[in-house]
Ligand binder design. Structure first.
Ligand code: PLP
Length: 395
């Protein structure tokens, strides 16, 4: 058995690195979750989350994961047979749609190019056609974690407005929240879905929905069965006032620390740091593209993701080989390909608690793994990332 020394470089696109501050904050005894001390912690968490979602509206937290938040968003506003439109972006958009179908909704997928992200004009055109307003909602993934493509949420809002369609606008922010700018109120999002384990730097186990007044109104008459996720039991006057069963107390300790950390750094700085690390990653991949090597999966510069980069292998090369070497030989953990991208891509997560040397270490391990896997590629990916990061620091 080999013994690994030093920390694993964890570059998965979720869960992500948990900062020591958050680990220490959670390393505390339990607390009466019905008592005043817990209530004060929870209030600080909700206030912090409102800053992160950029909303004054209701935020509902649950013990659960992203799939739970997906379901919470659906069962609270729809009735059996309601029709929803899912712009196709990749694995996660299709799976949210599948989840809706299994709950008894009629799901229409708006076909899309996985490498480019959603065309707002296509959303507008489809909604304009729907003169009878049978489509009740647009279910949009902000950052498609499978492809490394971040959709243009504000422009899609404008497209919905231009079509004069009343559909609810639902956005999955699971791999964008706290990493890429998202503005719930300004962009008039009706429901935003989030999870703890990505930009919020927490362990998996907490799920969130943020709901507009229009969404809360829709929840009054929705008829899909709902028990655990039922907003009516959890929310009073726009605020979550109760929890179903035992609250995940230690996750709230961690969340309190996370929202403090995000506020200390400043959200704009957080987004700028993600943008810088993402651009450095892309420059490394562009250098590897030399010699007919791997390339960026995202093909439209307007929609490159700042939280995850998906790297497409050239024909005849299995992405699992360099990914396996990175893990086994260098203790660097990367994401694999999902759905039709299985073995075709590997994914470099760069969201949450990350800085330049951590990223450069991971990129160096990937460059060595490409070499050891016998994958032809251009040299100098790490050097290109270093050059960019050094010049950005100076500016
Ligand atoms: N949506 C997106 C965009 C995701 O990236 C993920 C998970 O990676 C999910 C939904 C599902 O979240 P979970 O794995 O916490 O259920």
């Amino acid at each position: 058995m080999t013994v690994a020394r030093g920390r694993q470089f964890f570059q998965n696109p979720g869960p992500t690195n948990i900062p020591d501050r958050i680990l220490r904050a959670m390393d505390r005894p339990a607390l009466d979750f019905m008592g005043g001390e817990f209530r004060a912690i929870a209030e600080e968490c909700y206030a912090g989350l409102r800053q992160v979602f950029k909303t004054d509206g209701a935020i509902i937290a649950y013990a659960g994961n992203g799939h739970g938040a997906w379901e919470a968003a659906l069962v609270n506003v729809f009735s059996p047979g309601d029709k929803v439109l899912v712009p196709e972006t990749g694995y996660f958009s299709l799976n949210w749609g599948k989840h809706a179908k299994e709950l008894g909704l009629e799901v229409e997928t708006l076909p899309g190019d996985w490498r480019k992200g959603v065309d707002p004009a296509a959303v507008e055109a489809r909604l304009r056609e729907d003169k009878a307003h049978t489509i009740k909602a647009v279910m949009q993934v902000h950052n498609e974690t499978a492809t490394g493509v971040a959709n243009r949420i504000k422009e899609i809002r404008q497209a919905i407005d231009a079509s004069k369609h009343p559909a609810l606008y639902m956005v999955d922010t699971i791999s964008s929240l706290g990493s890429i700018d998202f503005r719930m109120d300004e962009w008039q999002i009706d429901i935003a879905v989030g999870g703890s384990q990505k930009g919020l730097m927490l362990p998996p186990g907490m799920a969130f929905t943020a709901a507009s007044a229009k969404a809360l109104k829709a929840s009054e008459s929705a008829k899909l069965p709902r028990v655990y996720w039922d907003w009516r039991k959890l929310v009073t006057s726009n605020r979550q006032t109760s929890f179903n069963g035992t609250a995940p107390v230690q996750l709230f300790y961690g969340l309190q620390e996370a929202v403090r950390m995000l506020a200390e750094e400043g959200l704009d700085q957080v987004f700028a740091r993600h943008a810088k690390l993402a651009e450095a990653t892309r420059r490394a991949v562009r250098a590897w593209r030399g010699n007919d090597g791997p390339e960026l999966y995202s093909s439209d510069p307007r929609t490159h993701s700042n939280s995850v980069t998906t790297v497409l292998m050239q024909e005849g090369h299995d992405a699992e080989k360099p990914r396996g070497i990175a893990l086994d030989r260098f203790n660097v953990s990367l994401g694999g390909g999902l759905d039709k991208l299985d073995k075709r891509v590997f994914r470099i997560g760069h969201m949450g608690d990350l800085n330049e040397p951590m990223l450069l270490g991971a990129l160096a391990a990937i460059e060595m793994s490409l070499l050891l896997a016998g994958v032809p590629h251009g040299k100098g990916g790490v050097a290109a990332a270093m050059e960019y990061l050094a010049s950005e620091g100076a500016s």
